[in-house]
Every structure is written in structure tokens, then in C-alpha cells.
Write a protein that binds this ligand. Sequence first.
Ligand code: NAP
Length: 338
Amino acid sequence: MTVRVGVIGVGMIGQDHIRRLTQVLSGAQVVAVTDVDPARAQSIADGLTSCTVHATGQELIGDDAVDAVLVTSWGPTHEEFVLAAIEAGKPVFCEKPLATTQEACRRIVDAEVASGKRLVMVGFMRRYDAPYQAVKAAVDDGSIGAPLLMHCAHRNPSVPPYGFTTEMIITDSAIHEIDLVRWMFGEEIVATTVLKPRRNSNAGDDLQDPLIILLEMASGVLVDVEVSLNIRYGYDIRGEVVGEIGTAALAETAGAVVKSDGRYAGRVPASWQERFVRAYDVELQDWIDAVASGGFTGPSAWDGHLAAVVSDTCLEALRIGQRVEVASHERPDFYTKG
Ligand code: NAP
């Protein structure tokens, strides 16, 4: 079966996902697109075979020719489109964040549970990254002993000088680590503290960059996340789990380490697109395969909801400058099945 996909929002990542769906992956066809900029949507459709342009996301979701929906529009629009897809009974892949508040995420969870069918997958693609999977395998197979702590760094060469707020360092960037460590250790985050180091002078005037975010896991594992968004030298994602008898870390470079003339060198990725290109491919293929077989896979609406709960708690910790406990939320049985 070829899954006929409709894409809502054809900006940067929407276009990138359309490229992979049409040129890299198998089993999918992009049959419909929409964007608040109709000319942009039309130009994308013109480059595809038999692709309809819809005026709104709702119209696209209601199109009988659309089997499954890919939401890659701006975060504040996610809730309405994911809810509409659930209402229509169509599988929906939503780029992170699932929605911009935990209340909105909870409405999505409640709607999906009420529908009785798992329909939502959230785009936390790091779970599909081979280096992270190798670190998790070392944690799970006991080769480093019980995990004690994890060091993470999320470094971006730059963000726009205007419009990117300190809060977005948590809601847009660290949200990836928030989901990642829940997956890495198979347990919940119970408390957080956010620290403000000396400010990078390359950052916009109002941006507290970098931040250090401490995440306490239920078992006592402590995670420190450095998020630096104007570090210039490259896009560098780092992670090292320290266990009782060993450590497991993301490899320094995915490419070659070249040694010559008394020196050694490797490449630092330039962007998230380069660093995670393969993870996005594997993630979306997994979604297409699950939709084609009538099943579900990947990070759930519940994962999206809990990431929002923790991210909101980090915002509170940032605001008051103190450790804040994460309110516990009982997982509906619906999300433990399958
Ligand atoms: P973007 O370039 O701004 O693209 C978003 C697109 O959606 C734009 O074309 C925007 O139009 C359009 N749009 C906004 N509201 C809409 C609506 N109501 N209906 C239809 N289209 C609408 O942003 P992006 O970087 O691609 O990010 C999109 C989403 O993906 C965000 O949630 C972001 O967090 C997520 N993302 C995830 C990753 C990841 O690593 N998983 C990486 C990048 C982005 P206008 O430009 O005219 O507003």
C-alpha cells in the first residue's frame, strides 16, 4: 500500500520531509499540501506529481485522497491540526512540539484516548539516531553498570538575533534532550533546576545564552544539559552517560578522523539537518511503515505531553531561579498497550 500523505506547513522542515518522502523513502506519496502562504504551497505542489493545494489544514485533513497527515507548521498551530486529524480518524505525524502548552497537549491525549485508536506520532527524531541508540544499548545491556549521570550539550552555531527568546532555549531546543533522557533511561524526570552562566556576547541582547538545565530522573540519575545557541564553530550534539563501571558517549565524529602532519581532525556538522539527516529518514520511514500496516509507532502523544510538562517546569525553574519538582501525571493504560 502506498500511503497518501498530506503536508500542513511547507516551510523549512516541511519541505525537507517532502523531499525525503518523495526521493529517499519508500511507500509514500505526497498528494496534498497547504500553507498560510498559498504561493509557497503552490510552488511546492508544482514540483510534485498529482499534488493538490488546499486553502487550510482542515480542508486538507478532510480530503478523502489523504490517508495520513504530516504537521510541519508553526508550533502554535499544531493543536488544532492534530485534533482535527484525530477527529477524522487519520494517522498524524506532528513535528515537535506536540503543542505549545501542557494543557493543549493534554487535550490531544484526551482526544486520542477517546477515539480509542493510537493515531499520533511526535517528531522526536533523536530516538532514531544510530549514535544515541548505541549509547542506549550500552546503558541497557549493563556494560557500563548502573547509570549515575549524563552530560549533554546542545550547541548551535547561531540563532536569529531577534525573535528567539530565552524561553525558547527550553521549549524549542532542550525539549529534544527532555524527551531523549526519558527514552534513554526509561523513567520520568522528577525535578529541574536551570542555571544561567556568563552570557555569550554573540547572543542577541535579550537572550540568556547559554543555559545549564539540570534534570533529576526518578532513580536519582542526574542529567546536565548545556544549551549554547551562538557558539559559532558548528552544530555539536554531545552526550555521555557515566555508569558505575564505565561510560558510553556519542562518538566525536560520524565521518573520518584524519591524522596527518602531526595533527588530527574531524568534521563538526554545520547544522541539525546535517547531523540528524539519517535519523529523520529512519523516523519517517518507521511512521510510513506503521501507517501502511494499520499500526502505530514512535514517540506518542503521551510522550509529547510529558515533554511539555517538563518543559513548563523548566520555565518555572528559570523564572524563579530555584529547583522545581515536576508534577506527576498518571499514564493512561491506553499508552502502555502495544
Ligand atoms: P518554518 O520554516 O517557519 O515553517 C513553518 C511553515 O508553516 C511556514 O511555511 C509557515 O508559513 C507555515 N504555517 C504557519 N501557520 C500555518 C497554518 N495555520 N497553516 C498552514 N501553514 C502554516 O518552520 P520550521 O523550521 O519548518 O518548523 C516547523 C515545525 O517543525 C516547528 O514546530 C519546529 O519546532 C519543528 N522543527 C522540528 C525539528 C526537529 O529537529 N525535529 C527541526 C526543525 C523544525 P509562514 O512562514 O508564512 O508563517
